[in-house]
Write a protein that binds this ligand. Sequence first.
Ligand SMILES: Cc1cc2nc3c(=O)[nH]c(=O)nc-3n(C[C@H](O)[C@H](O)[C@H](O)COP(=O)(O)OP(=O)(O)OC[C@H]3O[C@@H](n4cnc5c(N)ncnc54)[C@H](O)[C@@H]3O)c2cc1C
Length: 278
Amino acid sequence: MHVGSYRGRGLSRFRTLNTAAFYVEIKDKSDIAAAFEAARKRGLKVFVLGGGSNVFFENSEIKSAVIKNSLPAKIEHLGGDLYRVSSGLEMMQLLNFALKNSLDCCYYLASAPCQVGGAIAMNAGSGIKDGLSVSDFVESVEYFDGKRIIETPKSDIDFGFRHTTFLEKETFIISAVLRLPRKKIDGNPIRERLEWACKNQDLESNNCGSLCDKYYAPILKLARMLFKFAPAGLSEKKLNWAVNKSDNPVWLKSLLRLISLLHSMLGKALKFEIRIVP
Ligand SMILES: Cc1cc2nc3c(=O)[nH]c(=O)nc-3n(C[C@H](O)[C@H](O)[C@H](O)COP(=O)(O)OP(=O)(O)OC[C@H]3O[C@@H](n4cnc5c(N)ncnc54)[C@H](O)[C@@H]3O)c2cc1C
């Protein structure tokens, strides 16, 4: 395990230019404990980075220790409907495997450019009304809990809307056992979802998907208007969708601050879906 540094636009799909003074890529699970320990020794908070599709690094110089999941992509058939998948597997790799083998899976995540580990940590899914999420397929999760590696059954994990136990403390999801039953699949649900995303989402600019779980639309509309000519703002196509064209995270940071401030001034509920990392 080698602690290095990182400078570039590749940490988040917002594509801001960031420097991480503490940056480690985990390629083998035996390195996780040492990486966490090295961060702690330097008094840094740990941030485990997956595909970067739901994260905003709010400072050009990142203050947290960035531990990037680079575990090899693996799918192992355990027998019956059960498969162990590594957390470093791209969601699209999982979905292509499932479709090829006529297995039920979270095809609605075809448009989310994430890793399986990140999808489990966020309990990624479809909209709140559909109530579908990756947790529907999870049987157990293997993870580093800050001290040791454990395997925990689904019943011991709190899966909420875009929330799980894994986000509450510093953890690293290593793999999961998924139940993917055989299913007759009509058409191509991956292609259909990608076509839906092209029509309904704003994929023209750098983005991290939906911005908030809870918000007051008139405030977002006002913020969108005020940031209309700034290099970061809210999409004209989809209100709850932050977009960024700037290297400097300060534009997006100012937008998020303004949104927070207006919600607290008017006593309105706000919950950011994206993870904001100092
Ligand atoms: C175009 C687009 C479309 C999207 N569509 C959807 C959608 O339909 N539904 C949806 O729910 N989301 C969607 N998202 C958001 C995003 O893809 C999901 O939230 C996804 O779960 C994030 O996974 P990631 O691997 O990119 O994680 P990251 O963005 O890197 O991290 C997100 C959070 O997960 C944690 N995390 C990541 N990996 C691990 C790990 N191995 N162990 C522990 N914690 C970990 C991080 O610490 C962080 O708190 C979309 C994003 C984009 C850009």
